[in-house]
Structures are given as C-alpha cells and as structure tokens.
Design a binder for this molecule. Structure first.
Ligand SMILES: Cc1ncc(COP(=O)(O)O)c(C=O)c1O
Length: 434
C-alpha cells in the first residue's frame, strides 16, 4: 500500500494530552488567543520547501539557477520580508504585489512582472526599475512596451511568454498553455515566432529569455520536457539563443493523504536533463534556469484553523459540521472541487466516530469545505484544523457576507509572529464609505 502523502507542516506534533501542536505551540491556545478562522505558516516548512528545491537544482545544473516565488499563491508584507531573506526572487502580477515586493526588500533584478493585461502604470514601474524581466504576453503588448521604453530612452529586459499548445492533466481552470489559453504567444498560430523576431530587432527591447507556464498542480515532468524542446526549437528557428529560460511553476502538491506525492527530484532531473541536452547539442551556452513555484513553497506550510459551531444530521445519516469560516477564506473547493482532509485539534488522538461533511457559514450551498471525512465525536467550540492551506486560499479570499479576513501567524520554535492581524469590515474605510 502507498504511504499516505505528507500534507501537514513538518513541525506538526501532539502534546501529552493528544492535542495538536505546531512548532511546539498549542493550536488550541493559538486559536483562543488570535481568534478563528486563523491561518498559520510554519517557518520550518517554508524553509524546507525552498531549500530542498534549491539544492536539487544546484546539485544537478552546472550553470546558474534561480527560484522565483509566485506571489499570487500567498503574499503579505511581513511574509514577503521573510522570503526576501531566503534567496528567492519574486513573480508579481499586479501593482499591489509589485509594491509589496519592493517594500519587502526584493531587488529589482529579482522581480519578474507577469500578466496577460498589465497596466501602463505596472509596465512603467517595471521599465523604470529595470527589473529582471517584463514577461511579454502578446504582440500588442510587445509594441506597447517598446513604445513606452522609447519615450523614456530605456531598454528593458524582456522575456516572451510562449504558449506551446500543450495540454496537462489538471483541473481545466488550472490549465494555461493549451492552444485556446488566454495567456501567452501561441506557437501554432505563428505569434510566438513573430514576437521573437520583433523583440530581437527592436532597439528599445532587450530580449533575454523565454518563459512558459503550463498550469498548476502538475505531477508529471513529461509535458515540461516536451514544451522545453518546443521552445528551444522555436528559438533556434528564429536565430535566438535564450540566456534565461523559465519553465514556470505548477509543481504538484498533495492535499489529501490519498493524493499523489510529487516527485521533486524526478521533476528537477527531467527538466534539467532536457535543457542540457537541447542546449548542448546546439553548442549553446547553458541558460540561467528560472523556475517559478508558488504552491510548492506555501501550500504545505499553511494550516487553517476553524471553530466548530452548529452540527446536525444530514439526510444520509452523516453529520453536517459547520465551522466559522468557509468559502470566503477558502474558495478552492467551490472553484476547483479541491479535496481536503482535517483533524480536530483537541481530539487528534480520539477514535473516529462517524462520517461527516464540513461546511462553512456562508450563504451558498457550494460553501462546503470537505464533502466527506471521518471525525471523532465533536462539539461546539472544538477546533478543526485543515492542512495544505497555505496556497491560493487567503490570496483568493473575499469578504463575502462581510466576513472579516483571518489573522495570519508565522510560527517557529519559541516564537509566534502576527503576519496579518484579523480584519474587521466595520473598521474598513471601503466598507464604511469613508
Ligand atoms: C506565470 C506563473 N508562474 C508561476 C505560477 C505558480 O504556479 P504554482 O503555484 O502552481 O507553482 C503561476 C500560477 O498561476 C503563474 O501564472
């Protein structure tokens, strides 16, 4: 039988009463002190995810490598400050992410600007700050960036986002590189080749690299290998040798003990072997290899903690257990049919008593966090802990039903830091019309 996938942060533990702890802190005490819903990031897991990936790449690749964190998976100023000390760059897609990255201390040469519809303001900031790469998404944007650069007598470094037309095995909303994707310059329709030729010839642009991003939650390396080959053939046919090559992010993460484990070493092996083979057979100098994981760095590090409220029996006899959060802090089950698991913090050692469905408190039938799980006997006031909660939850959260957004903590042995204090809509100028 396969081993259950590792989904809890590495610092998870239990105290002598069988209650859950994280980095030695009682989850029940944290819930009481900072309120729920509550999100907690385990520092050791974030460091481990980055460190293992960095080491795997450096051990195998004889040229330069860079990990660029995809800010969209979770970003806030204090979290960004932690990351800026961990030898990673950052991929931003909005002025908000850009400003936070700058304020947190990321050097411009470690910032990439992505997006299929960047604003003039965002592009000008990228040009003025001479960031590592403005990642151009369309022929129209290529002309626009060149015109802005010409006006300012600048020559920004740019990459082109290529859409290889490759389908991957993931939820349709997480696919980004198929022929009908809204992202990037298509290979099949000739736009990618046209963009390479135009960018090379344009005196106001400095084309340094090619980029692709196939989607998210991808567990196989083969689509990356196929797409890398395609990008390199395309570059060669246009007389261009990319000095920087980015196969994007998308590294898969298990959310449930029954999910596949992502084989990070096999993924790194496959990507690096393909880049080396393709470059070496052309006698090209190896490019700087830039990968852009988001979920890989944050998902497992994060826990969501809720307080259980009302419970009732459903039509099928299983319990319907309501918690004090739901789709406002975690829209992933509703958007992607994401499949989570959970534990009860004060009853982690108790016997399982029956089947349960975990629902949120919001006025939508789709507000269901876990369609089916097993729980011990629970009562109002118990705390439900959901693992793999660090990515694309808070960053996609909303104030639906005027729900306050949760407090976010960062924990290490002997230290708890508030990254984001709990929000109160009645304090917000936006809600109160001030
Ligand atoms: C361009 C780009 N790079 C990287 C990522 C990160 O993806 P993941 O969090 O799946 O690694 C995304 C996510 O949408 C993206 O759009």
């Amino acid at each position: 039988m396969a081993r259950p996938a590792a989904i809890y942060p590495i610092s998870i533990g239990r105290d002598e009463n069988g209650r859950l702890t994280l980095a030695g802190h009682s989850l029940v005490s944290l819930a009481v002190q900072y309120g729920t819903p509550q999100y907690i990031y385990d520092a050791a897991t974030v460091r481990q995810q980055i460190g293992n990936l960095q080491k795997a790449m450096e051990d195998r690749y004889p040229a330069s490598v860079e990990i660029t964190y995809a800010a969209k998976s979770y970003f806030s100023l204090l979290f960004a400050r932690k990351l800026s000390q961990m030898n990673v760059g950052v991929d931003v897609v909005s002025m908000g992410e850009f400003r936070i990255a700058q304020k947190a201390g990321f050097r411009p040469t470690r910032i990439h600007l992505h997006g299929n519809n960047k604003s003039e303001e965002e592009l000008l900031e990228g040009i003025d700050q001479a960031i590592q790469a403005i990642v151009i998404d369309s022929l129209e944007e290529l002309e626009f960036v060149a015109a802005l650069a010409a006006e300012r007598h600048k020559r920004p470094m740019v990459w082109l986002r290529i859409t290889p037309g490759v389908d991957v095995d993931t939820h349709p909303y997480r696919k980004t590189a198929h022929a009908h994707s809204k992202f990037g310059l298509g290979v099949a329709n000739g736009q990618a080749a046209e963009a390479i030729r135009e960018a090379k010839a344009n005196p106001h642009l400095h084309l340094t690299g090619l980029h692709m991003h196939l989607g998210s939650q991808i567990f196989e390396v083969e689509p990356y290998q196929r797409s890398i080959r395609l990008l390199i053939e395309l570059a060669e046919s246009c007389g261009f040798t990319p000095k920087e090559l980015s196969p994007g992010g998308g590294l898969g993460v298990p959310y449930h003990p029954d999910d596949l484990e992502f084989n990070m070493n096999a993924w790194v092996d496959g990507v690096i072997e393909t880049v080396r083979t393709e470059y070496e057979k052309r006698n090209w100098r190896l490019p700087k290899l830039v990968i852009e994981p988001g979920r890989w760095i944050t998902a497992r590090a994060g826990l969501a903690v809720y307080t259980i409220g009302s419970t009732k029996k459903g039509a099928d006899g299983s319990a319907i257990v309501s918690v004090d959060g739901g789709m406002a802090d975690n829209p992933r089950p509703a958007m992607y049919q994401a499949n989570y698991t959970c534990m009860v913090a004060e009853k982690a050692a108790a016997a399982l008593a029956g089947r349960a469905r975990i629902v949120g408190k919001f006025c939508e039938s789709g507000d269901e966090l876990i369609a089916e799980t097993w729980l011990p006997e629970v009562e109002r006031g118990d705390h439900l802990v959901v693992p793999a909660a660090g990515a694309y939850q808070l960053s996609m959260s909303s104030n639906y039903n005027l729900a306050p957004r949760p407090a976010v903590l960062w924990v290490e042995q002997g230290m708890v830091e508030v990254l984001q204090r709990r929000e109160y809509p009645e304090e917000s100028a936006w809600w109160m019309g001030q």
